[in-house]
Design a binder for this molecule. Structure first.
Ligand code: ZN
Length: 226
């Protein structure tokens, strides 16, 4: 005898496992314990062993399982800092500011107003109340009381476009500084474009004499793709 609780309430029936729409994700960081760590070479996660093998062959590294509740439980720590990808057009790059709660986004804005994707439909277009200065924005995001950059690029690999569509998401404030350039370059091409993804290393000395080093995900549009 089967339970009939979903027969009377079909909307409550659990959906099949979220389908994993992407061949894999390129990642510029990982968690070490509970601390996020920026990487200097790309890390790729996937749920497909064949994709993992091909990524390892192209970019170095070995496929290995990693601890995640998501379906992309194979990772490849590549030895590649820079790769060429192809994007469909301007909509391949999504930039927004977002703050996530346990159930999903709770504040989605462009820095000034709530935008599409914000959970409260009637607030879209309203002033979101974020601070005006970049330093204040960063401070609130760090304390998890304000949104941070939520940038997503979807692309194919220039060397093997048939391997599928990959995704890269980042909250990098450094990338925000050049995002205008990237967006206008994509808009100018208006269609498929060649793009370089690079984990760029920067170092400098502060006036107080402190040496600072960091890596950030740099996106460069190099031209139209046929
Ligand atoms: Zn806001």
């Amino acid at each position: 005898m089967a339970l009939r609780v979903f027969e009377t309430d079909p909307d409550a029936k659990p959906k099949p496992r979220d389908s994993y729409d992407y061949a894999g994700r390129f990642r510029s960081g990982m968690l070490v314990g509970r601390q996020p760590k920026a990487l200097s070479e790309w890390r790729v996660t996937t749920d497909d062993p064949d994709v993992a093998d091909k990524i390892a062959a192209m970019f170095g590294g070995e496929p290995a399982e990693w601890d995640t509740e998501k379906s992309d439980n194979i990772q490849v720590m590549t030895d590649t800092k820079k790769l060429d990808v192809i994007v469909d057009g301007p909509s391949a790059l999504r930039s927004r500011m977002a703050q996530y709660g346990t159930g999903g986004p709770i504040h989605v804005c462009d820095g000034v107003q709530f935008i599409s994707g914000h959970p409260e439909d009637e607030e879209i277009g309203d002033d979101c109340g974020c601070p005006r200065s970049l330093e204040d924005r960063k401070a609130k995001a760090k304390k998890q009381i304000g949104p941070k950059p939520d940038i997503r690029l979807v692309f194919r690999l220039a060397d093997d476009p048939d391997l599928g569509v990959f995704m890269f998401t980042t909250g990098s404030w450094s990338l925000v500084k050049i995002l205008d350039e990237v967006e206008s370059a994509l808009a100018e091409i208006g269609g498929p474009a060649r793009v370089t993804l690079e984990l760029a290393f920067e170092e400098y000395d502060t006036k107080a004499g402190r040496h600072v080093e960091y890596t950030w995900p740099k996106i460069t549009v190099t031209g139209a793709a046929e």
